[in-house]
Design a protein around this ligand. Structure first.
Ligand code: FMN
Length: 197
């Protein structure tokens, strides 16, 4: 077992996996573009089916002219806290292989993009930041705003920032500002069978 961050794994995993979590209290400080690109570079080294690398990252840095537009593409409950992040990212995946006109779809594009998000979150931590994934984004508006063509899927948003004190959050988020726990491994890992739960 490994213990870190009020979390305890059942087996001896690297503490990094327990130290990554999704805070909402961010300092709002400016991030160097090279720091963000370091995080995205790690994400880009994720494995993918046939090495198709279907992930695409659209990003804005706090303090840049793009910032308000990016914040406005989050649902309001996420805007409340994510506006204090240092960078916002929209993760898009390419859902076809070869030319779109060839009609060859990729079964795993979202799965592959999810792997990239996982790498992103771990590199953020290694770089001294935290990454918070968001499904609460305005998918269609994002598609329109960035002229994302058919065949690409808007997957999720990500806020990246440095951890701040939770006292800055509204009461409802302050109460939830703690690393979450996990179900027992036996509820999700099955030897030789499947259990629907
Ligand atoms: C794809 C994805 C979508 C998520 N959407 C939101 C969201 O819209 N708003 C939010 O506050 N947290 C969101 N989260 C954060 C999850 O609630 C969080 O990862 C989960 O509770 C586990 O907690 P931990 O990341 O601190 O370990 C999302 C996370 C992921 C991976």
């Amino acid at each position: 077992m490994t213990k870190s961050n009020n979390r305890e794994s059942q087996y001896p995993i690297n503490p990094l996996f327990l130290e990554r979590w999704s805070p909402r209290a961010f300092t709002g400080e400016v991030i160097d573009e090279s720091d963000l690109l370091t995080i995205l570079d790690a994400a880009h080294w994720a494995p993918s089916s046939a090495n198709q690398q279907p992930w695409r990252f659209i990003y804005a840095l706090k303090g840049s002219e793009d910032w308000d537009k990016f914040v406005g593409l989050l649902v309001e409950s996420n805007q409340e806290w994510a506006k204090n992040a240092s960078a916002l990212i929209y993760l898009v995946s390419r859902g076809f292989s070869g030319d779109f006109s060839e009609g060859r779809t990729s079964y795993t594009h979202s799965f592959d993009a999810g792997t990239a998000w996982g790498y992103l979150a771990l590199q953020a931590l290694l770089s001294g930041f935290y990454a918070h994934g968001m499904g609460g984004i305005k998918h269609e508006e994002i598609q329109k705003t960035f002229s994302i063509p058919e065949g690409y899927r808007v997957e999720a948003g990500v806020a990246v920032g440095r951890l701040a004190d939770k006292s800055m959050l509204s009461e409802r988020y302050r109460e939830r500002e703690v690393p979450s726990q996990r179900r027992p491994l036996s509820e999700v890992a099955f030897r030789g069978k499947f259990i629907a739960n």
